[in-house]
Structures are given as structure tokens and as C-alpha cells.
Design a protein around this ligand. Structure first.
Ligand code: NAI
Length: 463
């Protein structure tokens, strides 16, 4: 029987990052993964393939809408959908292969198959039982179901099926205006699909700053996405080739039916812990089915830890990675730490949307006195040059008395990368003035961050 210091269950971003850190810290480590390739949802059917399709379709959008104005004349490219999916698969392969290389390089054993935990200190895969002083559950999440909606991954699809549609549909109804719905909705809208997003709430991207929600929705509408807000989907009636989506307007009135070719169900994800045997072990779950952990990611059973989408908090790959590293340090007797107040969130549409820290609304609701500095990308020369200035902005929220940065949001080109300047500033407890006094290269998108910081003080220059 093989014996390890740590066995990690699940090789998504949380699990594989944790495995590498455990190995770096001198722990004998194995990782259990049942998929054919490593990388979990993120690399195989989530973040990475969707970014490949977002990139390809962004190029198409540029060719169709902006090339002629820049003097690039001629026929727009036609779409070879099969080739676009092959390109996406190649990107997946490069990345999952890269993780396999990293496992070998760090001498982490990949135990292939699906794990269960028959007892603390034991992990069963197939007929074999492996021993481990510590077990880390990093089993991730799966799309949550919606009553009255049966997913067949052909006509009624989750994000997984949406990456593999046999042909580009004429019509698509997206249920849920969250991150998945808007990213994949954008992909298909750019491919010429008539996309209608049906959302229960009155705003897109629940939990985001209201300013951002409004601005983002306007930008997406200009790109051709249609929105039906305040609409609770009641059910979907599907045949082999078509579907009818039934929704109830929250404002009242009769149920409405939408005819479509494909329905994308993007109404959230739920922790995936099936088959692990947690109930028998006595590992406590929260009411929402998440594995309950303390501030050191320990579950209610000694020697068993949990991280990532399987536990509380935002379901984000980078949050799982941070927890993966931190739990490895805890197991190695060090002081693992994650600052949950500074976890960025990014939507990879064009323009991108990125947020970090508290929202203006949440701080005001708490009775905090805040100052807001906002700068529109219309005043940023570089953003104008790439046709991404319209509607975008950087917003920084500070404590009115101390000027300390409490939160920030960006809609604009490269927002997902630019947000990290603000993350670092927040980690260092910086004030808006610290950013305002930092020289920013010209012409860059990042100048907009400095301008928003200046707007928290005596005023932005270019607005
Ligand atoms: P979400 O929780 O972000 O959004 C789901 C939306 O569906 C909500 O706005 C909700 O009000 C709506 N909804 C629920 N039931 C409904 C009904 N019956 N009728 C109409 N609307 C309904 O979930 P999503 O987009 O599926 O994403 C799941 C998770 O994956 C999230 O935690 C997200 O953060 C993560 N993710 C992150 C990405 C990123 O960081 N770029 C990319 C993709 C996913």
C-alpha cells in the first residue's frame, strides 16, 4: 500500500497548485484525478476553452466592425466553426499537458481514477487503498440544476455543452446574466447568433457595483445581446432540435414563451462532493452543501482539509489556487494565509470587467463614509485608439477620512490585468494618493487607474 504525506483529491487549479506547493515544501504528495487530463473544469471545460473562443470571436468582431475604419479593407473572414473548436481544443491540450509536466517535474504521483475516503488517512481509488497523513478535498463544482429544466447538453446545455455545439445556432436563450451567461452569450452573439439573456434579478452580474452593472449591460446591448430582466424561468420544453423557454415576469402578468434553437443554463454552480463518502465519515457540510472548514481549511474530521469551489466563498480558480497554496503551508507546519478581502473578479468580455474589494453600495449600506473617484475611458487616448473607450471607466472607492482604498471596479480594455495594480495597492494598505503620485507610462490604459486615483483627491486631469 502506497503511503503519502498528502493526497489531494481533484486536479483543478486548487488541487494541482496545492500539490506543487506540497511537493516544494518536501511533502510526499499524490493527486487523484478521474478525468483523462489534469486541470479540472477550468482547463478542460471552463476558463481556458471559453477564453480561446472569446479571443477568436473578438478577432472576428474587430474584422467585421473596426477593420474598415482603420483602412483594413476587404472581405471579413468567414467562420469555420469546426476549426475554431479545434483551435480551442489545442489550447486546452497545451495547458493540460503543461500541468502533467509540472506534476512529473515536482514528483507528484497522479493516481488516475475517482477517489473516495473510506476513513481518515485513507483514499480509495478503484480497488486500491492509499494511505495519507493528510487529505485535501479539491473536488470543485458542477453546474447547478434548475427545476423544470432538463439538460441534454445538445439543445439544453450548460457551459460544457456550449463549448461543443455541433453548429452555430441561429437563436440562443441564456438563462442567467452571471459571468458564464455573459461570456458565452458574447461568444455566440459575435458569431451571429441572436442571443437573448433571461435574468431573474433586475441587474446583470449579481453582487457587482451598480454603476458597473448598468454600464456593462448597456455595452453588451450595443453589441447585440438582448436582455429580459426580472424574469423567472419556470421551465424549458425541448425537442431534439428546438426548445421553448417559459418565464414568469416578476412584475406580474402571464407566463411568456420564447422559441429558440439552443438554451444555455447558466444559473450558478454547486459544490461537487458526490462519491467521496463525506456523510459516512462525518465531514460536516453547510446548508448549501459546501464542505465546512475553519480558517485553516480543516474540516470537522482531523487530517481532512478542503479548498476551492467545494467550500464557501467565490467560485473562482484563483481563489482556489490561493487556498491550495495556503493549505499546503498549513500542512507543512507554516502559516498559510488568504486575504479574502482582495480577491479580484473578472468577466472576460470585450471590454473586460474587473472588480476587487467592497462595492460603493455595500460600504454605504454599512454606514461607512466613502469617497469615489471615477474616470471615463473616453479621456484615455490609448483606449480610443483600440475602439474600447465608449462606456468604460475606472472607479476607486476610498475611506473618506484616511483615503485608504477599499474597493475598485474597471470596465475597459485589459481590465482583468489592470485590476492587479489596485489589488497590490490594497494588499499594502495604500491610499488613492499613493497611486496618484506614482508615475504611469503614457500612453497606457493604466493611466485611467491613476486618473481615478487623482479624482479621489484634487481631480483627474483628462476629464
Ligand atoms: P452566477 O451565480 O454568476 O449567475 C447566475 C444568474 O442566474 C444570477 O444572476 C441569477 O439571478 C440567475 N438565475 C437563477 N435562477 C434563475 C431563473 N430561474 N430564471 C432567471 N434567472 C435565474 O452563475 P454562473 O454565471 O452560472 O457562474 C457560476 C460560477 O462560475 C460563478 O461563481 C462564477 O463566478 C464562476 N465563473 C467565473 C468566471 C470568471 O471568473 N470569469 C467564468 C465562469 C464562471
Amino acid at each position: 500500500m502506497a503511503q503519502y504525506d498528502v493526497i489531494i483529491i481533484g486536479a483543478g487549479p486548487g488541487g494541482y497548485v496545492s500539490a506543487i506547493r506540497c511537493a516544494q515544501l518536501g511533502l510526499k504528495t499524490a493527486i487523484v484525478e478521474g478525468r483523462e487530463t489534469l486541470g479540472g473544469t477550468c482547463l478542460n471545460v471552463g476558463c481556458i476553452p471559453s477564453k480561446a473562443l472569446l479571443h477568436a470571436t473578438h478577432q472576428l468582431h474587430e474584422a467585421e466592425h473596426n477593420f474598415a475604419a482603420m483602412g483594413l479593407k476587404g472581405k471579413s473572414p468567414s467562420v469555420d466553426w469546426k476549426q475554431m473548436k479545434s483551435y480551442k481544443d489545442e489550447v486546452i491540450g497545451q495547458n493540460t499537458g503543461g500541468i502533467e509536466f509540472l506534476m512529473k517535474k515536482n514528483k507528484v504521483t497522479w493516481i488516475k481514477g475517482w477517489a473516495s475516503i473510506p476513513a481518515a488517512g485513507k483514499v480509495q481509488v478503484g480497488d486500491e487503498v492509499h494511505e495519507a497523513k493528510n487529505i485535501v478535498i479539491a473536488s470543485g463544482s458542477v453546474p447547478s440544476s434548475l427545476p423544470g429544466v432538463e439538460v441534454d447538453e445538445k439543445v439544453v446545455v450548460t457551459s460544457t455543452g456550449a463549448l461543443e455545439l455541433p453548429k452555430i445556432p441561429k437563436k440562443m436563450v441564456v438563462i442567467g446574466a452571471g459571468v458564464i451567461g455573459l461570456e458565452l452569450g458574447s461568444v455566440y452573439a459575435r458569431l451571429g447568433t441572436d442571443v437573448t439573456v433571461v435574468e431573474y434579478l433586475d441587474a446583470v452580474c449579481p453582487g457587482m457595483d451598480k454603476d458597473v452593472q448598468r454600464g456593462f449591460k448597456r455595452i453588451l446591448e450595443k453589441q447585440g445581446l438582448k436582455f429580459i430582466m426580472g424574469a423567472a424561468v419556470q421551465g424549458v420544453d425541448a425537442t431534439k432540435t428546438k426548445a421553448k423557454v417559459r418565464y414568469q415576469p416578476k412584475a406580474g402578468g402571464d407566463e411568456v414563451t420564447l422559441d429558440t434553437d439552443v438554451v444555455l443554463v447558466a444559473t450558478g454552480r454547486k459544490p461537487y462532493t458526490d462519491g467521496l463518502g463525506l456523510e459516512t465519515l462525518g465531514v460536516k457540510l453547510t446548508q448549501r452543501g459546501q464542505v465546512e472548514t475553519n480558517d485553516k481549511w480543516a474540516t470537522s474530521v482531523p487530517g481532512i482539509y478542503a479548498i476551492g469551489d467545494a467550500i464557501e466563498g467565490p467560485m473562482l480558480a484563483h481563489k482556489a489556487e490561493d487556498e491550495g497554496m495556503a493549505v499546503a503551508e498549513v500542512i507543512a507546519g507554516k502559516h498559510g494565509h488568504v486575504n479574502y478581502g482582495v480577491i479580484p473578479g473578472v468577466v472576460y468580455t470585450t471590454p473586460e470587467v474587473a472588480t476587487v474589494g467592497a462595492t460603493e453600495d455595500a460600504l454605504k449600506a454599512e454606514g461607512r463614509k466613502v469617497k469615489v473617484g471615477k474616470f471615463m475611458f473616453m479621456g484615455n487616448a490609448r483606449a480610443k485608439a483600440v475602439h474600447q473607450a465608449e462606456g468604460g471607466f475606472v472607479k476607486i472607492i476610498t475611506d473618506k477620512e484616511t483615503d485608504r482604498i477599499l474597493g475598485a471596479a474597471i470596465i475597459g480594455p485589459g481590465a482583468g490585468d489592470m485590476i492587479h495594480e489596485l489589488c497590490v495597492a490594497m494588499e499594502f494598505g495604500a491610499s488613492a494618493e499613493d497611486i496618484a503620485l506614482t508615475c504611469h507610462a503614457h500612453p497606457t490604459y493604466s493611466e485611467a487607474v491613476r486618473e481615478a486615483a487623482l479624482a479621489c483627491g484634487d481631480g483627474a486631469i483628462h476629464s
